[in-house]
Design a protein around this ligand. Structure first.
Ligand SMILES: [Zn+2]
Length: 229
């Protein structure tokens, strides 16, 4: 867990420290879910996490509540927590079909709306700049999962269709996709593809943006298909 600066007034420091602790615990469990250290469908025991992270029950329960809200953790009365099960092959196929129908068109449409400010937002969200950041592979993987969700969401936001945005955000599908397989190839190749999308945006070329997005989603699907073999 991260240490925070305690030189400020005691009350402020205490609150900041509590926030940071809860956030750190959340990030750590999120990383374990994304990188499959906590397997889909497996039981999650609060006591085990208390021991593993050496913290009290409170931040663990807070983190699990937040993850429950994101659809990654399920809570059953009297039984407790477990990781959400893996998406089915059928669901996976449906999801990628939906993405291929909506996202390339959204990328093309977004191109016309991009000014310097929006381009900067997309460049930051693409995760390309943080490529080599951090030593912890699991944390890097889970950070990319989150960044990827933001990057794709921002593009649809700039394409100005809230219904498409809601449809794609529904049930946090990005997080379920990343949980199919934990492999550095998933992030390394995706980052190259994000760069291609960004290049099309920078050039203001809607056709290239549409194509780059289509290639990215098709490749993403093909990278993850072996998870079902
Ligand atoms: Zn992506």
């Amino acid at each position: 867990m991260q240490n925070t600066d305690l030189t400020e007034a005691p009350s402020t420091a205490r609150i900041q420290r509590a926030n940071s602790l809860a956030g750190d615990v959340y990030e750590a469990i999120f990383a374990q879910l994304m990188s499959l250290r906590i397997a889909p469908g497996s039981r999650i025991t609060v006591d085990n996490l208390v021991k593993e992270f050496n913290v009290s029950h409170t931040p663990i329960r807070e983190a699990l509540g937040r993850l429950e809200g994101e659809g990654l953790v399920l809570k059953t009365h009297l039984i407790g927590y477990r990781a959400a099960p893996q998406i089915t092959r059928r669901r996976f196929d449906e999801l990628y079909e939906l993405r291929l129908l909506l996202e390339p068109a959204a990328a093309a449409k977004a191109t016309a709306t991009l000014d310097d400010e929006r381009l900067t937002v997309l460049q930051e969200a693409a995760g390309v700049m943080a490529r080599r950041e951090g030593k912890d592979e699991r944390l890097r993987y889970s950070n990319f999962a989150r960044q990827d969700a933001i990057f794709h969401d921002k593009i649809v936001e700039f394409a100005q269709n809230e219904l498409i945005r809601e449809t794609l955000n529904h049930q946090h599908t990005h997080f379920h996709i990343f949980r199919l397989m934990y492999h550095s190839r998933v992030t390394e190749e995706a980052l190259d593809e994000h760069e291609a999308i960004l290049a099309a945006f920078s050039a203001g070329d809607p056709d290239a943006a549409e194509k780059a997005m289509r290639v990215h989603i098709e490749n993403s699907r093909d990278r993850l298909l072996p998870a079902f073999e």
